[in-house]
Design a binder for this molecule. Structure first.
Ligand code: GTP
Ligand code: MG
Length: 329
C-alpha cells in the first residue's frame, strides 16, 4: 500500500462511524470472502461501501463482483445514489478525448471532445456544425498512436445533411481508407422527434459490441422545433427535449461515449446591445449539455469557435478554416 493511500485511510478514520455491521452480513459474502476482506482491513459494511471497485477487486479478484458488493453495501446503508469523490476523480481520469483535427481547438477543449459528456455545437447556418460532426466521425477512427481512439461512430441525422462523400474526402486527407472509414460509421435518419428518441435507445445494444466511441445527433432540436411550434406548445416540447437530453447524458456516462449534438440559434428581438443570437432549446439544453461550443462565421472559409458555459475550460476563441480536406488550423 502506498504512503499516500495510508494517509487517506488515516484521515478517513476521523470520520464519525455509523452503526457497524459486520461485512459478512452482506448478501453473497460468505466466510471465505469475509475473511479475505477483513484481512485487508474491510471489517464492516461501511468499509466496503466507501471502497472503490478497483481497490476491492485487488482483494476479491474481479472488478465486476467488487462493484456488486459495493452496491449492496451502499444499499444497506441507504447510500446507493452516492459515490466517493475519489471515484469521481478516478472516473474523470478514464475519460477519453477525440481530437478535432484543429490543434488550437483541441487546446481550447483541453485535448479534444470528451467521452462521458455531451458536447453541444451551436451556431448559425453554414457556421460549420455539420462539417465538424463529419470530421469527428473520421478523427475517432484514427489509431491511438495518432491521437484517435481506434473506434467507430454513430450518426443520427435529422436534417438530411450527412454526406458520405465529405467523410471520404476527410478520411483521405487523414490517411485513412475512405471505404473503410464509411464502414466504421453507422448511420440512421430520424424522421421525427419520437423516432430520434427511439434511435438513441437502440444505440445502447450496439455501442459495446461495435466499439462505438462517438454518437452524433445533427441536429438535436430541429424536429422538436417544427413539431411543437409557438408558445402554447413550449412546455410540452421542453419536457420531451429534457427527457431526450437526459437520455443522452446517461448514455454518454454509462457507455463511455462522446455524445455530440448540434443546435440552432434564434434571434432575440428584444436585444439592442451585444449578441442578438442565442442558442435554441432554452434552459434544457443550457443545463443538459456538459460543454457548449459556439461557432461563428468570419470572412470566406474562416470560422471562429468559442467555449461558453463550461465547468472548467478557460474562456477563449480560436479560428480554423473549412477546406476540401476538412477543418484545419
Ligand atoms: P446548418 O446545418 O445549416 O445550421 O449549418 P452548419 O453549421 O451545419 O454548416 P455546415 O457544417 O454545413 O457548413 C457549411 C459550410 O462548410 C459552408 O460554408 C461550405 O462552404 C463549407 N463546406 C462544406 N463542404 C465543403 C468542402 O468540401 N470544401 C470547402 N472548402 N468548404 C466546404
Ligand atoms: Mg448542419
Amino acid at each position: 500500500m502506498s504512503s499516500k493511500k495510508k494517509k487517506i485511510d488515516a484521515e478517513v478514520a476521523h470520520v464519525e462511524p455509523s452503526p457497524e455491521i459486520d461485512v459478512e452480513e452482506l448478501e453473497g459474502v460468505g466466510r471465505v470472502t469475509g475473511a479475505k476482506l477483513k484481512e485487508r482491513g474491510y471489517y464492516t459494511v461501511r468499509d466496503v461501501a466507501f471502497a472503490s471497485s478497483k481497490e476491492l477487486a485487488e482483494v476479491i479478484g474481479n472488478e465486476e463482483r467488487a462493484q456488486q458488493i459495493i452496491d449492496m453495501a451502499r444499499k444497506m446503508l441507504g447510500l446507493y445514489s452516492f459515490i466517493s469523490a475519489l471515484e469521481v476523480y478516478e472516473k474523470r481520469k478514464r475519460v477519453r478525448r477525440i481530437p478535432t483535427g484543429v490543434r488550437s481547438l483541441d487546446e481550447l477543449l483541453g485535448g479534444g471532445i470528451e467521452t462521458r459528456a455531451v458536447t453541444e455545437i451551436v451556431g448559425e447556418f453554414g457556421s460549420g456544425k455539420t462539417q465538424l460532426c463529419h470530421q469527428l466521425t473520421v478523427m475517432v477512427q484514427l489509431p491511438e498512436d495518432r491521437g484517435g481512439l481506434g473506434a467507430r461512430a454513430i450518426y443520427i441525422d435529422t436534417e438530411n445533411t450527412f454526406r458520405p462523400e465529405r467523410v471520404m474526402q476527410i478520411a483521405r486527407a487523414r490517411g485513412l481508407d475512405p471505404d473503410q472509414a464509411l464502414q466504421n460509421i453507422l448511420y440512421a435518419k430520424a424522421y421525427s422527434s419520437d423516432h430520434q428518441m427511439v434511435l438513441v435507445e437502440q444505440t445502447k445494444s450496439v455501442i459495446k459490441q461495435q466499439n462505438i466511441a462517438l454518437l452524433v445527433v445533427d441536429s438535436v432540436i430541429a424536429h422538436f422545433r417544427s413539431e411543437f411550434p409557438g408558445r402554447e406548445n413550449l412546455a410540452e416540447r421542453q419536457q420531451k427535449l429534457n427527457k431526450h437530453v437526459a437520455d443522452l447524458l446517461r448514455l454518454a456516462d454509462a457507455y463511455d461515449v462522446a455524445v455530440v449534438i448540434t443546435n440552432q440559434v434564434m434571434a432575440q428581438p428584444d436585444v439592442f446591445f451585444g449578441n442578438p443570437l442565442r442558442p435554441a432549446g432554452g434552459n434544457i439544453l443550457a443545463h443538459g449539455a456538459t460543454y457548449r461550443l459556439w461557432l461563428r462565421k468570419s470572412k470566406e472559409n474562416i470560422r471562429i469557435a468559442k467555449i461558453f458555459d463550461s465547468p472548467h475550460h478557460p474562456e477563449g476563441e480560436v479560428s480554423f478554416r473549412i477546406t476540401e480536406e476538412g477543418l484545419v488550423d
